[in-house]
Design a protein around this ligand. Structure first.
Ligand code: WT7
Length: 660
C-alpha cells in the first residue's frame, strides 16, 4: 500500500495550502489553533480537508477533494480516492499499538468477566468474521442487517462488513419485529446478524425470537441468519437459514484482504424518523465519514494516548456508530463498550465503571443524567471519578439543572462539559465546545467545529445575520460526513433536507445565537419529538395507534417531560364509546409496542370526540401542543378552525403533565 499517496493530488491549487497546513496539528489545543483552523476551513475548505485526509492510508489518491450541489443534492468528498475504512481503524495501528486495548467490554452483570480486545485481537476477529460473511456469499454492496445487544461481536461484525465492502444497517434491538421487518425489507438485506438473547438490566430479551417474527413478514431477501450464542438459552431454529456464529466464524483464517472501496461507496445505512411517513435510511459513505468522525472525535474529546473513553450510547444509534466504533478506532483509542443500563444493579453503575476502568472521557445523554439526578447524589459520591477529563452530552438539549449537576457531582466542578449537537444525518458532531479550548456555557452547544458553517434563517429562507438572534438552523456548506441520500429514495432526501431553504441543508432544529455568537439549540421545529434522546416521528406513532381496530383518528404531540426531555401525548378518537378506559389505554400501548417498540409508547392518552382542524383538514398541532404542555397562556387565533368548539372540550379533558 502506498503510504503517502496524497502527494500526487497536490500538483493542483491546494498544494500551497497543503504546504501551509503541514505544520498544523490536527489536534486543536488553544483558542488560537481553533480560530486559525476555522478560518482556514472557510477560506479554503478543500485544502483544509485534504490536509486532514492525508493523515490516512489511501490505496489511491482522490481525483477531487469536493464536488457539491445542494440543489440535487449531489455531494462527493475525495471522489476517486480508494480506501478501506477498516485498514485505517485496524491495520494501520498494528505496528504502533497492536497490544493496546481497542475495545474494553463491560458486561451487564458487574461480576461477569470484562473482555479486552487489543488492536491485534480486533484485527484478527474482524478478518475471521469477514471471511465467514464471504463464505456465505456476501459481496461488496450487499446489505447486512444487525439486531444485536451491546456485545463486542456487534462492533466486530460491523467492521467485518466494512472490510468486505458490504453495507451495514444496524437496527436498535429495542425496536419491534414489525419495525425490524420494515427495515430489513427497505434495504433488501441478505443476512441478519443477531444473538440468541440479550440480558439488559434485569430483563432477559429473546432477540432471536423477534428476528424470527420479523422474517415471517415477507422478508424473502434474507438468505441467512447468523446467530451469536450469547446467553446460551435454547432458541427456535430454521435449518438451512439459521447458522451459529461459532460454527461459521471460529475456523476462518484470521487475515482477510480489505475490499477496495471508492471514497463515495456506501459504508452504512441507518434508519431515522422524520416528520412524515416511515423512517428513512440515512446513507453514509466511506471517505468523508472516516475523516470527519476521526477529526471530531479527536478534538471534541481531546483524546490522548492511553486514555480510556466511554460512550454510553447503543451502537443502534448514530452516536454508537461514530463515537463508539469508527471515530475512536480511527484515532487508535481505547473505547469502552457497556452492555447494560445505568440503573443496574444500582444507579451507581456508570460511576462504578468510571472508577473501575479509570475512564478519562465520558459521553452520555441528558435523559440519563436527569434520571440519575432524580435518584440522589449519594449514588455518585464515594466513587473515585478523578480520572475524568471531559464530560460529554448528546441527543437533546441539556437543561441548566442537569448541566450543573453533571458538572458539580460528576465533574467535581472542574471537568469541562461538551454539549455536542449533531444528527444521524450529519454523521458527526457539528457544534460543540472544545474542552479547555473554546468557551462553555450551560445549555449551549456553543461554536461550530472547523469546517462547519451554520446559519440561522427565517421562515422565508433569508439568513438572519448578527448576534442575539433566533431562527431555523441550516448549514451553508457541506462537511465530509453529511448524508448523501436516503436509501432507495433520493427525492425524499432532497425534499426533507435541501428543498426547504434553497442552497442550504436544513437541520429541522430551531436555534438561537447569543450576543457572543454562541449557539443554543432550542429543539425540533418539525413533527419530530425527542423522547429520552430517541428521535420519534409523530406520524409514525399516529399510524401505529391507528392500527387499533377501534381508533378512528389520532394526533400525537410532544410535551415537556422532567426526565425524558419530551413525553408523548396522544389524542385519540374512537369509533365506539370506550367503556373501560384503562383497558383501552393498555391496548393502545400494546399496539404501539408491536408496531414500533416500547420507546414510542405514549405517556398520555386522551380520548377526544374531535381534533382541531383547519378548513383544509389540517390538524392544528400548535393548539394540541399547548394543551399537552398545560400551557394556559391562551390558544391564540382559533378563528380559522373548522370546529373551534372542540378546543374547550379537549382542554377540559386534558391530562395532568407527568410528574415522574
Ligand atoms: C436531533 C438529532 C446526534 C446523535 C444523537 C441524536 C437533537 C442532538 C443535541 C444537543 C440539543 C440535540 C436535535 C437533533 N439533538 N444533540 N446537544 N442539544 N439537541 O441523533 O436521533 O439523529 O437526533 O437530536 O433536535 O436534530 P438523532
Amino acid at each position: 500500500m502506498d503510504s503517502s499517496p496524497v502527494k500526487s493530488t497536490f500538483g493542483k491549487a491546494e498544494y500551497r495550502v497543503q504546504d501551509k497546513l503541514k505544520t498544523m496539528n490536527p489536534l486543536i489545543q488553544t483558542r488560537a489553533d481553533y480560530d486559525l483552523a476555522y478560518q482556514k476551513s472557510v477560506e479554503d475548505p478543500e485544502g483544509f480537508w485534504a490536509e486532514l485526509a492525508s493523515t490516512f492510508e489511501w490505496k489511491k489518491p482522490w481525483d477531487s477533494v469536493l464536488k457539491w450541489d445542494f440543489i440535487k443534492p449531489d455531494i462527493q468528498w475525495f471522489a476517486g480516492g480508494k480506501l478501506n475504512i477498516t485498514e485505517n481503524c485496524l491495520d494501520r495501528h498494528l505496528a504502533t499499538r497492536g497490544d493496546q486495548t481497542a475495545i474494553l467490554w463491560e458486561p451487564n452483570d458487574p461480576n461477569a468477566e470484562v473482555r479486552r480486545y487489543t488492536y491485534r485481537d480486533l484485527y484478527h476477529e474482524v478478518c475471521k468474521t469477514a471471511n465467514s460473511l464471504k463464505a456465505l456469499g456476501v459481496k461488496k454492496g450487499d446489505r447486512i442487517c444487525f439486531y444485536m445487544p451491546m456485545v463486542p461481536e456487534l462492533a466486530i461484525a460491523v467492521l467485518a462488513c466494512a472490510r468486505i465492502g458490504a453495507v451495514h444497517s444496524v437496527v436498535f434491538a429495542g425496536f419491534s419485529a414489525n419495525a425490524l421487518a420494515d427495515r430489513v425489507k427497505d434495504a433488501a438485506c441478505k443476512v441478519v446478524i443477531c444473538s440468541d438473547y440479550n440480558d439488559r438490566g434485569s430483563k432477559h430479551i429473546p432477540v432471536k425470537e423477534v428476528v424470527d417474527q420479523a422474517l415471517a413478514m415477507d422478508c424473502d431477501c434474507v438468505e441467512h441468519v447468523l446467530v451469536l450464542k450469547h446467553t446460551g438459552d435454547p432458541v427456535q431454529w430454521t435449518e438451512g437459514r439459521d447458522l451459529w456464529w461459532h460454527d461459521q466464524v471460529d475456523h476462518q483464517p484470521d487475515t482477510c484482504p480489505a475490499e477496495v472501496m471508492d471514497s463515495e461507496d456506501m459504508l452504512f445505512i441507518l434508519y431515522t424518523s422524520g416528520s412524515t411517513g416511515k423512517p428513512k435510511g440515512v446513507v453514509h459513505t466511506c471517505g468523508g465519514y472516516m475523516v470527519f468522525t476521526w477529526y471530531s472525535f479527536l478534538n471534541v474529546f481531546q483524546y490522548q494516548d492511553n486514555d480510556v473513553y466511554f460512550c454510553t450510547a447503543d451502537i443502534g444509534w448514530i452516536t454508537g456508530h461514530s463515537y463508539i466504533v469508527y471515530g475512536p478506532l480511527l484515532a487508535g483509542a481505547t473505547t469502552l463498550m457497556f452492555e447494560g443500563v445505568p440503573t443496574y444493579p444500582t444507579p451507581s453503575r456508570f460511576w462504578d465503571i468510571v472508577d473501575k476502568h479509570k475512564v478519562n472521557q465520558f459521553y452520555t445523554a441528558p435523559t440519563a443524567i436527569r434520571a440519575l439526578m432524580a435518584m440522589g447524589e449519594e449514588w455518585v459520591t464515594g466513587h473515585d471519578l478523578s480520572s475524568l477529563k471531559v464530560l460529554g452530552s448528546v441527543g437533546e438539549p441539556i437543561n441548566e439543572e442537569a448541566w450543573k449537576w453533571y458538572h458539580d457531582h460528576v465533574g467535581r466542578g472542574t471537568v469541562p462539559i461538551v454539549d455536542t449537537w449533531w444528527q444521524t444525518e450529519t454523521g458527526g458532531i457539528l457544534i460543540s465546545p472544545l474542552p479547555n479550548v473554546t468557551p462553555m456555557k450551560p445549555c449551549y452547544a456553543t461554536l461550530p467545529l472547523p469546517g462547519i458553517q451554520p446559519c440561522l434563517v427565517n421562515s422565508s429562507g433569508e439568513e438572519i445575520e448578527g448576534n442575539d438572534v433566533e431562527g431555523l438552523l441550516c448549514m451553508k456548506f457541506p462537511w465530509p460526513s453529511i448524508l448523501r441520500t436516503t436509501y432507495g429514495d433520493h427525492e425524499r432526501c432532497r425534499t426533507t433536507y435541501f428543498s426547504m431553504y434553497k442552497g442550504m441543508y436544513f437541520t429541522g432544529d430551531g436555534a438561537r445565537r447569543d450576543a457572543d455568537g454562541l449557539y443554543r439549540i432550542i429543539g425540533r421545529v418539525d413533527d419530530v419529538i425527542n423522547v429520552s434522546g430517541h428521535r420519534i416521528g409523530t406520524a409514525e406513532v399516529e399510524n401505529a395507534i391507528n392500527c387499533h381496530p377501534d381508533v378512528v383518528e389520532s394526533a400525537v404531540v410532544g410535551y415537556p417531560h422532567p426526565i425524558k426531555g419530551q413525553g408523548i401525548y396522544a389524542y385519540v378518537i374512537t369509533q365506539h364509546e370506550v367503556k373501560d378506559e384503562a383497558a383501552f389505554r393498555k391496548e393502545v400501548l400494546q399496539v404501539v409496542t408491536k408496531e414500533i417498540g416500547p420507546i414510542a409508547k405514549p405517556d398520555q392518552i386522551q380520548l377526544v370526540t374531535g381534533l382541531p382542524k383547519t378548513r383544509s383538514g389540517k390538524i392544528m398541532r400548535r393548539i394540541l401542543r399547548k394543551i399537552a404542555s398545560a400551557d394556559t397562556s391562551g390558544m391564540g387565533d382559533t378563528s380559522t378552525l373548522l370546529n373551534p368548539e372542540i378546543v374547550d372540550e379537549i382542554k377540559a379533558g386534558a391530562l395532568a403533565p407527568t410528574k415522574s
